[in-house]
Design a protein around this ligand. Sequence first.
Ligand SMILES: [Zn+2]
Length: 368
Amino acid sequence: MKKSVKSITSPKRFIVGQHLLEDLSTYTSTYGNHAYVICDEFILDRAKKEAGNSFDEAGNQSEFVKFNYENTQEEIDKHTEGAKKAGANVIVGIGGGKTLDTAKATAYFSKLPVVIFPTIASTDAPCTALSVIYKGDGSFDRYLFLPSNPDVVLADSAILAAAPTRFFVAGIGDALATYFEARACYRKNGDNLVNLKPSLAGMGLANMCYETILEYGLQAKLAVDHGITTPAVENTIEATIYLSGVGAEAGGLAAAHAIHNGMTAVPSLHHAQHGEKVVFGLLTQLVLESAPQEEIEEVIYFIKEVGLPLTLKDLGLDEFREEEWRSVAEAACAEGDTMGNMPHPVTPDDVYQAIIAANALAEYYHDE
Ligand SMILES: [Zn+2]
């Protein structure tokens, strides 16, 4: 039965453009007249002023509350209680991935709609029906799978382009893997992120994601270096925030993210961004798939062009220790991780050898 059940899941609305913050009330008022806004500290005053005005002018109410740095159950409970006390009927999250995940979880426990406003474009977090919850000490607690995607995602290109280039480019790295992982999962008829089968629509969006970043990624990166936004920046944002998130959710993940997950255990890589590690996971996946040289070169030249880290050394690795990378490979093949979506069976030893081969390729092309 499940074999033939495919899906595409997505936010109800995805809006990309400039000056969305000062228009926030326009996008929340469909859902409610009293917004509870969970906001990163760095943008709290600006949001209160700009978005606050839009609520006042529309005759709507709003509460702005600072996000306390970590998406813990305690933080979620605090906001769920706060939203209830305030009598809010729509939740808004403004900030980085953890803030957005807190807003999604708060909306879920409050049974209210949620409007998501990312301030960095570094991951797929904004569009997905998932909240990653951490413990008070910063370690992973659990995944909270949500029954639906956010109601609205607002991608303000001026705000996203003003964030450090490294975050923007890390988002491109995460998006670079989307097509290849969806392709593997589709070939395998594996499970996508909502535990159903990859749909044609998911595959199509993943494909468009790859084509869009190849076409506009470099132009966008150069614009963001100058803190400005152009049509190329907005196209790239559409790819990194929408096409990548929705494409991965419907198309499924495979080796690249499984290897990334294994790599989180390597201490000297802790400063690498999610999307930066995913890029190395992708190179390893291409080796495992014995992808054509042409395809590998296209990916590697693009990685270099947008300034993503290519080799393990670029990622911050101090020294290659066999034992450490054997356990990365072991973790990447753990039961329930997405390595199972590769078209052929993959063992930890296959992954270990592919990691070495991928790094050798990366070193070869590094100074070319
Ligand atoms: Zn990712």
